[in-house]
Design a protein around this ligand. Structure first.
Ligand SMILES: C[S@@+](CC[C@H](N)C(=O)[O-])C[C@H]1O[C@@H](n2cnc3c(N)ncnc32)[C@H](O)[C@@H]1O
Length: 344
């Protein structure tokens, strides 16, 4: 190419219709500083701008955790750091927040965002770690106990909306579903190897799937390279089932596979077991869950730690997002919040 070749400006992505539908094409949402108006419109419609996450029940969580200057806080599921930012601004000066997350792809972006907001290493450290290893992370940092612990379980919107991560029912991508793609097996590899009886149990235990037996018989041992391949196989296995029910089954199978691939229930159980010992006397914990399998485990663990005297009090019932929040953020709808206070 000669030096005279004119340099053409890069063309913006083409898409049909008025608005981009694919995650990669939502260039305005990916650049909120330049396109604040577009981002405002997305937020006003109750949706989540691409590449971000909207923190849920922030007011309620801050009331429970009651952060104050000098406190030590742990956010066990840092995500986009929506909750962490709010906690951080209340524990300075003198306080410290440890942010844990298993996701090696999003964690550096979140850390960069926190640093850009002015939260340095002295007040905030990030750790690529499973919440099941909370006590080890605290010990490695020389912290005997935390004043508050937050866990906001499941996947972030960044993970869910990025087709490359393979979590999404809506967008085609590789059938992966690992929160940490550097470890374990993808959902595709899991399905190719799993026995039908094991898959049936996972579909029942992880998402109460009523068609578990029929689906397990068809899906176990099959190789699906993409999310769409799996969705189509579920739809044809349930050809006789009404359409809405069938779409619910698609979502439940995706949820059950995600839980299996990331071993989410054993991580949650280990975290809950060690949690009372990770809190200072009087320390507070808040846990946000998104389906019955998670909430059941949190409720049971809080009740038994209360009866053992490890907690002084626990939430008498589950707290749900307000109707305003559910309208403003559609993804908040299934959220359930529970809290506990360690014995003084
Ligand atoms: C719902 S998002 C948290 C969003 C965050 N509260 C915010 O305001 O941005 C859940 C995050 O937890 C992480 N995660 C899920 N299970 C985890 C576990 N067992 N240990 C550590 N991180 C986990 C996911 O990778 C994801 O980033």
């Amino acid at each position: 190419m000669s030096d005279e070749t004119p340099i053409r400006p890069k063309r913006r992505p083409r898409y049909s219709g008025r608005n981009p539908r694919r995650f990669e094409d939502k260039y305005k949402e990916h650049d909120p500083e330049r396109y604040a108006e577009t981002v405002e419109k997305v937020l006003a419609s109750g949706k989540t701008p691409a590449g971000t996450h909207r923190p849920i029940m922030v007011r309620e969580i801050l009331e429970i955790l009651a952060p104050k200057p000098g406190d030590v806080a742990v956010d066990c599921t840092l995500g986009f750091a929506g909750h962490a930012r709010e906690i951080l601004s209340r524990i300075i000066p003198g306080g410290r927040l440890l942010g844990l997350d298993v996701d090696p792809l999003e964690l550096p972006k979140t850390e960069a965002r926190l640093r850009a907001l002015g939260f340095g290493q002295d007040v905030c450290t990030v750790h690529q770690s499973n919440c099941a290893g909370l006590s080890k992370t605290l010990a490695a940092e020389g912290i005997p106990g935390a004043d508050m612990v937050l866990a906001d379980l499941g996947v972030s919107s960044m993970q869910l909306d990025d087709p490359k991560r393979g979590f999404s029912v809506k967008n085609e991508g590789p059938l992966d579903m690992r929160m940490n793609p550097e470890r374990g097996q993808s959902a595709s590899a899991y399905l190719a190897r799993v026995r039908p009886d094991i898959l049936e149990r996972a579909l029942i235990e992880n998402s109460d799937e009523p068609n578990a037996k029929a689906l397990a018989a068809v899906l176990a041992g099959q190789t699906f390279a993409t999310t769409t391949g799996l969705t189509n196989a579920i739809r044809s296995a349930l050809a006789g089932v009404n359409r809405d029910e069938c779409e619910l089954s698609v979502r439940r199978v995706f949820q059950a596979l995600r839980i299996a691939v990331n071993d989410e229930f054993s991580a949650l159980e280990t975290f809950l077991r060690y949690l009372p010992a990770c809190l200072k006397p009087g320390g507070r914990v808040a846990i946000l869950t998104f389906h019955s399998g998670e909430d059941r485990r949190v409720k049971k663990s809080f009740e038994s730690a209360l009866s053992e005297g490890l907690y002084a009090s626990i939430s008498p019932e589950v707290i749900r997002p307000s109707p305003e929040e559910r309208r403003a953020n559609l993804r908040s709808t299934p959220a359930k919040l529970r809290w506990a206070v360690a014995t003084s």
